[in-house]
Design a protein around this ligand. Structure first.
Ligand code: ZN
Length: 575
């Protein structure tokens, strides 16, 4: 149950007006963070002081701002230009945080902030971050599984804090997210990330400890610079400066632990004692896959980063070029796939998830193809395809609003922007060829990608083919999937003792595609690629040197709703 009444009462005290009923939690976005974080791992505690810049994103002036942090943290002070501001705090139930709740400060600003204008606030908050999976256990997730998923904590062994969507260790401002309501959490998180993309975050960290040697701090995978080291008796004091980072669509992530580092030109691997073997696997895999990734996605902009997680069952997590994953059970095959994915992120950058994540998964299929051939890549995509057939509409078409909302350019669903996008990239590659697709990727500039059709234009510049229908069915709308079926096939002997097979291919589905069709005959097979638009048929002829026996549509490279109607036995032709 969300507490709807309580905020209203508090607000009426605050400003005594009906206007407060329309409190807009997302009126402001935060464009700059400059935070000093004091970590006390022994007490699982952090204390944060710093400055943030709020920007009014609404078309009307705003006097009230909402700032939220995890419910296990408490607001201490909020100031503007050295003046203490009045604010009311309250718990706000939301699954955006692992505790299932936020400490919300409703702040009365010193003056109305005009649309697009900004205000700097000095803030202070503190509290503990311990393992807490309340938001998952309250919807029925078993405790162990829940704690493997929500692994945020401050602890002497390992401090790991992922940002929005996991633990609000830095201030955010969002409407309620509810895990039991479909994609609500993803939608709220995605909206916030979208508004924050391009914001800057700078961290300084401090630690007082009985250890003589400092741990390592990673901020979004970048190692923070140790700026001070002081010892007084048994106690040491350390300070770090974590260089300013522009936020991307990933989540600001803070990791502090005693890592050992294995560095190679393509990758930095951070591992915990005893995991040397897994670390070497990752580093070797990255070296092996690096030429393939460079060939497709250009030179690396940064090193890929992989960091160990001490809980062997912790859910892996990626943030840009960084992957946090337990090394305890990792094997060479998985590390190859993981390294390929992170190397792609280290080479290629897009703020659009279907491009950024879709290409990183597509690269994994390319890697498997290079290692073991096309079938291995198709089998890997098959795992993703099966999750896709579960969520894609089949018989009932979506209305036009749903078609747009679930499109690759708009979706917040991981299955769509990861699995479906991977298949879309693979189909594009099959349609236009490696060379053309590589050139389109090389021409991509994230700062120029201001229109959803930008990628289509880059690809169209490299091919004579009209791909508008394809982008319409797969990228700009969610039109579901194709469903191919051989409607009829007739074979006739020719004067030259070969056979002419006339095939009519029906696409019963709601999305068009170009699909491979393989004709088997005694002693061999021929494959043709046939374009069939949604709810359409295509008739074509194939000449075979011996009597055709069987037709097989779709080698698995095109996601399809029904694969059971894809083979057709050809009647032996009369000669
Ligand atoms: Zn990724």
């Amino acid at each position: 149950m969300k507490s709807a009444l309580k905020p209203l009462c508090l607000l009426c005290v605050l400003c005594g007006s009906v206007v407060c009923f329309s409190l807009n939690r997302e009126a402001f976005s935060i464009t700059n963070y400059d935070l000093n974080v004091q970590v006390e791992p022994g007490q699982h505690r952090m204390g944060v002081r710093g400055k943030i810049t709020l920007r009014n994103d609404t078309p009307t002036p705003q006097k009230i701002a909402v700032l939220q942090i995890s419910s296990s943290l408490d607001w201490r002070a909020i100031r503007a230009a050295d003046k203490m501001l009045q604010f009311v705090t309250q718990p706000y139930t939301s699954d955006i945080d692992h505790t299932g709740s936020l400490s919300e400060a409703i702040v009365t600003l010193p003056q109305e902030i005009a649309p697009h204008a900004t205000i700097d606030l000095d803030i202070a908050y503190e509290g503990v971050v311990v393992l807490d999976a309340t938001r998952l256990t309250r919807i029925g997730t078993p405790e162990d599984a829940a704690k493997n998923t929500d692994w945020e904590q401050i602890d002497p062994n390992f401090t790991g804090l992922r940002g929005i969507g996991y633990v609000a260790w830095y201030p955010i401002a969002t409407e309620v997210a509810n895990l039991s309501e479909g994609d609500s959490l993803f939608a709220v998180t995605a909206r916030w990330k979208q508004r924050e993309a391009g914001a800057s975050m700078r961290l300084q960290a401090e630690l007082t400890t009985y250890n003589a040697e400092p741990p390592q701090i990673l901020f979004n995978g970048v190692t923070c610079l140790l700026t001070m080291k002081e010892s007084m008796g048994a106690i040491s004091h350390f300070s770090w400066d974590c260089a300013t980072q522009r936020l991307r669509l990933d989540v600001p992530t803070f990791v502090m632990t005693d890592y050992q580092v294995l560095e190679r030109p393509a990758i930095e691997v951070r591992y915990l004692p005893g995991h040397d073997g897994a670390a070497t696997n990752f580093a070797d895999s990255a070296e092996k896959t690096s030429p393939l990734i460079t060939d497709w996605f250009g030179a690396q902009r940064e090193k890929a980063k992989v960091a160990d997680h001490p809980d062997p069952n912790a859910a892996p997590f990626e943030s840009g070029a960084l992957l946090v994953t337990p090394f305890a059970y990792s094997d060479a095959k998985l590390s190859g796939l993981a390294a390929t994915h992170q190397l792609t992120h280290a080479s290629f950058l897009s703020f659009r998830p279907w491009i950024e994540e879709g290409l990183a998964h597509f690269a994994q299929a390319l890697y498997l193809e290079q290692q073991k051939g096309r079938q291995a890549a198709l089998d890997y995509m098959g795992l993703h395809r099966s999750s896709l057939t579960k969520i894609e509409p089949t018989t009932t078409a979506l209305d036009s609003e749903q078609e747009k909302r679930r499109s690759l350019v708009n979706t917040v669903s991981e299955e769509l922007y990861r699995s479906k996008a991977m298949c879309v990239w693979w189909m594009l590659r099959d349609m236009i060829g490696d060379a053309a697709l590589k050139k389109a990727i090389a021409a991509y500039r994230p700062e120029q990608d201001t229109d959803t059709s930008y990628m289509q234009h880059l690809i169209s510049a490299q091919t004579q083919r009209d791909l508008q229908w394809f982008f319409d069915d797969w990228v700009y709308h969610d039109r579901g999937l194709p469903d191919f079926k051989v409607e009829s096939a007739f074979a006739a002997a020719t004067a030259t003792k070969s056979f002419l097979l006339t095939i009519t291919l029906d696409n019963l589905g709601t999305a068009g595609a170009e699909v491979p069709v393989t004709i088997k005959f005694a002693g061999g097979e021929i494959t043709k690629r046939i374009e069939v638009r949604a709810k359409s048929k295509a008739t074509f002829r194939v000449e075979t040197p011996a009597a055709p026996q069987e037709i097989r549509v779709n080698d698995g490279s095109v996601p399809e709703t029904d694969l059971t109607n894809n083979t057709f036995k050809v009647d032996t032709p009369q000669s």
